[in-house]
Design a protein around this ligand. Sequence first.
Ligand SMILES: [Zn+2]
Length: 301
Amino acid sequence: MNTRLPGWALSENRKAITFRDKKGIGTLKLKGTYDLNHYNIKQIKRVRLVRRADGYYAQFAVDVDIKVETQPTLQVVGIDLGLKYFIADSKGSVEPSPQFYRKSEKQLNRANRKKSKKFSPARKKAKTRQSSNYHKARVRYARKHLRVSRQRKEYCKRVAHSVIQSNDLVAYEDLNVKNMVKNRHLAKSISDAGWSTFRQWLEYFGHKYGKVTVAVPPHNTSHNCSNCGEKVKKSLSTRTHVCPHCNYVADRDLNASINILRLGLTTVGHTGSYAWGDLPSWAVGASLLSNGESVNQEFPL
Ligand SMILES: [Zn+2]
């Protein structure tokens, strides 16, 4: 639940915020490690209160020139988002899939079952409030979910940062993850790995460090031979690319990532898939934990 709030003011030390609207929120203490003193007050474009399963957050959208100058690495890379690996690159290295979701899946399922057991259809029919046990179970489930999504975000952020740091150009496939998740066989691994989160961070860090990020059309990148260009059809389970035309043999993902890099290099300057304005607010702003209790009482969302 997000609420746009008009008038607000920060305290002198910027560790508290006062809302001047009529909802009676008043002054909230800001917890967390971010320091708003780094910014000119005019850079703060928007403040929102965001409710998460574990409390309320004040979200600040800060208009800041994030560009950081770096030395060229003289490296380019193509990356293949895989099922066997999280990513495989054209240099032959792989990043294994994160298993945290799978690990917490049992816990999540259990919490979800508990929640369902405590749900009363009779109460719903009568339009009365569900039991407090139901609400407790619902909150427990939501918190577990939040923890997993934060783990995934941290993981994607770390991998994306390291890819951007070690290359001047990064090419990857312009995948429609939504469509792929519809395919049940792939669904778990893909949503698990959080490709779209990874891509957002890749493009964010690319912008920040002045690196080129190119999304290329994903057609035949795993079939075409990266050595001679001939098409070599293979099923999803075929892990090795063996070219009958030029005898080139390579791991399926390596072959694909080389194709992706080549496509990236040939389309740079023509493909602008990245719209800066689309950047999610978490990437530009800083979230600060607010004093949840007082909001909880005075600001029913
Ligand atoms: Zn070939």
